[in-house]
Design a protein around this ligand. Sequence first.
Ligand code: 5GP
Ligand code: ZN
Length: 114
Amino acid sequence: MNTHCPFCGISAGEDPADIVYQDADVIAFRDIHPKAPTHILIIPRKHIPSVAQAGAIDAAVLGKLMLTSAKVAEMEGLDGAFRLVTNAGARAGQSVFHLHVHLLGGRAMGWPPG
Ligand code: 5GP
Ligand code: ZN
């Protein structure tokens, strides 16, 4: 637990969030500033700053993040059409330094992203 990390606070139940799924390893909650009709963040409970700092020991939870993202997309009725994004590093747009996958859906998406 990193006490200065907002997502550790949500994982610990110390800070409020609109949680849509959780288990022993991961937690999914709605983004506070949604960029799409569905915008959910899926995080490991373990504090990993970004995927760039993940190691081989984290392989199982990284896989679980992907599988949970797809499960939540189905729960949200996205019908197999959604985008998963993880920003690594401030230059790539990361602003919260606890690994998270953005699940975005409910509208058409452009490519490439900005
Ligand atoms: P990043 O920019 O690091 O890829 O994404 C961080 C995301 O977390 C942003 O989309 C931002 O709106 C969201 N966010 C930041 N603080 C909070 C918070 O306290 N609660 C929730 N639900 N979302 C947050
Ligand atoms: Zn954290």
